[in-house]
Design a protein around this ligand. Structure first.
Ligand SMILES: Nc1ncnc2c1ncn2[C@@H]1O[C@H](COP(=O)(O)OP(=O)(O)OP(=O)(O)O)[C@@H](O)[C@H]1O
Length: 123
């Protein structure tokens, strides 16, 4: 039992190391964290419904997940080659594209949830 717990603790701490590395090395991850925090604060301020929380939390975490995977792919490419290679460019650009698509999706969800509330608030 102790052995299993020690193994789980180790895996957990390696995963946290990966997340910490992404936050430290990727300015974009820090932007995602900032925007996610603002969106959560806005959700609290506007008392959004539970289905809106569901959509908001999913898109926020989806962007985090893809940024972490993007970092893993970038790092693997750099480990493989530091020379210019067309396929290295394709790998990095497509991984970055995935993050961008997720970020656009999260902006759309944010607008769908908050825009009517902001308009109501002002008018
Ligand atoms: N080995 C390589 N061969 C060809 N093109 C590369 C290579 N490394 C990077 N690139 C190109 O340069 C771009 C920037 O690569 P870089 O490693 O600096 O990532 P980045 O822009 O810092 O990504 P992020 O901002 O997400 O950290 C890549 O998207 C890719 O188009």
């Amino acid at each position: 039992m102790g052995k299993i717990r020690r193994k789980l603790t180790k895996s957990f701490s390696y995963a946290i190391d990966g997340i910490k590395y992404t936050i430290k090395s990727q300015p974009n991850m820090r932007i995602h964290l900032g925007v996610g925090t603002i969106a959560i604060a806005a959700g609290i301020a506007f008392r959004i419904a539970s289905y809106e929380w569901l959509a908001l939390v999913i898109v926020i975490f989806f962007v985090f997940i893809l940024e972490i995977l993007n970092t893993a792919i970038e790092t693997l490419v750099d480990l493989y080659t530091e020379d210019y290679h067309h396929l290295a460019k394709v790998a990095k650009d497509t991984a970055a594209g995935a993050v961008m698509v997720a970020a656009i999706m999260s902006v759309c969800v944010g607008l769908i949830i908050f825009l009517p509330k902001i308009v109501n608030w002002f008018f």
